[in-house]
Write a protein that binds this ligand. Structure first.
Ligand SMILES: [Zn+2]
Ligand SMILES: [Zn+2]
Length: 153
């Protein structure tokens, strides 16, 4: 992997934690590893070209972070990611954190703050899993990656 600007050979190194937010959802990424030459204005390189898309997919579509399941007609029922019990009530401000694996990249820790549901049966705290929450989470993730200097479309 080489810097696009100066062609210096790059090695992946861990960068400072980065944050991003959108629509009341804030994310923080710990352990992100990028290739950087160190020159001012030279954007870092991701571990591989589709890294940003794969990270977004791992966080928003996978089971990496506990996420309530929406079921039934017009997603009328919300089920606990842990025990499957029905969840009712409004989301409340909270935080979930998990180690997220992206194939071909080092695992990183992702913290998501914002609306969360807590299961009355097993007490598991989880993300609401609604389309609105997923899209806010996607934008927050892209903002966090952008904060690292990475160029994300
Ligand atoms: Zn460079
Ligand atoms: Zn539960």
């Amino acid at each position: 992997m080489r810097c696009r600007e100066c062609r210096e050979l790059l090695e992946l190194t861990e960068v400072e934690p980065v944050q991003g937010q959108s629509g009341g959802v804030a994310v923080e990424l710990f352990g992100l590893r990028l290739g950087r030459c160190g020159a001012a204005g030279h954007a870092p390189e991701p571990p591989f070209p589709d890294f940003a898309a794969d990270l977004v997919a791992a966080v928003t579509a996978g089971d990496a972070l506990p996420t309530a399941r929406q079921r039934g007609w017009r997603r009328s029922r919300t089920l606990c990611a842990g025990c499957g019990a029905g969840l009712e009530g409004e989301p409340r401000e909270g935080e979930v954190r998990a180690r997220v694996r992206v194939e071909r990249a080092a695992p990183l820790t992702v913290t998501v703050r914002g609306p969360c549901l807590e299961c009355p049966a097993c007490r598991k705290r989880q993300l609401p899993g609604t389309p609105e929450h997923r899209s806010a989470l996607t934008r927050a993730l892209l903002a966090a990656l952008g904060a690292s200097g990475l160029v994300v479309e």
